[in-house]
Ligand binder design. Structure first.
Ligand code: COA
Length: 198
């Protein structure tokens, strides 16, 4: 059995990319609601590349079980600026009507409506793209530890604001428990019903 004291948090390095992706394929993509809530359930390769490419920024963290050196949790983050919604729309245009292209359009709308930069008077923020904990290790506050250390790291790296789009009930609840403010709620169903998805 893994004891919580046997878990350390560290910054993910580019050489960790393959094992982080292996971890996400099991503990993130098979459950993340925006991925499995739509057909086809399988994530696009472009989605994986987008998320994994955040590691190069040096602001993504892994929770590691010290004894086995295995990953038990991950938070992938990257920088964003006031042009983020436009960047996402540009990528969405390149992707077209693929699953990932539709996700990008949705995330661009969420980004625009959240209006993080004007709301908090900043010109850059650290954005959480992925949060995942090993399915057998949930409920041990591993996600909470990753977020606490990320916010600390964010300050050291010069970010006054850390933001996230919580696509899961569990991640939203976790962040609210940590004192985060929910500034915008969008239901994917309403977005689809309004005909924005194609
Ligand atoms: N399904 C069912 N129960 C879950 C759960 C899930 N996906 N995530 C957490 N829980 C339960 C825990 O078991 C715990 O229950 P308990 O109080 O009875 O012990 C409770 O919720 C609190 O768990 P918490 O410690 O806050 O969560 P965590 O840090 O272990 O995991 C996530 C939270 C979001 C990282 C995890 O749900 C996850 O990896 N989900 C899959 C990927 C995903 O959807 N990510 C979010 C997209 S932004």
């Amino acid at each position: 059995m893994v004891h919580i004291d046997d878990i350390r948090i560290c910054v993910a390095q580019p050489e960790d990319e393959p094992r982080v992706l292996d971890f996400l394929r099991i503990h993130y993509y098979l459950e993340e609601p925006l991925t499995v809530g739509r057909e086809p359930k399988q994530q696009d390769r472009a989605d994986e590349i987008f998320n994994i490419s955040n590691i190069v920024h040096g602001t993504s963290l892994m929770a590691i079980h010290t004894e086995t050196n295995s990953i038990v949790g991950v938070v992938l983050t990257g920088p964003k600026d006031p042009g983020e919604a436009d960047h996402l729309l540009e990528e969405a245009a390149v992707e077209g009507s693929t699953k990932w292209g539709i996700t990008l359009k949705f995330l661009a709308m969420v980004e625009r409506d959240a209006n993080v930069f004007q709301r908090y008077g900043v010109d850059k923020a650290l954005h959480i793209q992925v949060l995942a904990v090993d399915g057998k290790m949930r409920g041990k506050n591993i996600g909470g530890r990753l977020i606490t250390e990320l916010v600390e790291g964010g300050k050291q790296w010069g970010y006054e604001v850390v933001s996230a789009d919580c696509t899961s009930h569990f991640s939203a609840r976790l962040l609210e428990r940590q004192g985060w403010e929910c500034i915008n709620t969008v239901y994917y169903k309403d977005y689809v019903d309004a005909g924005f998805c194609c």
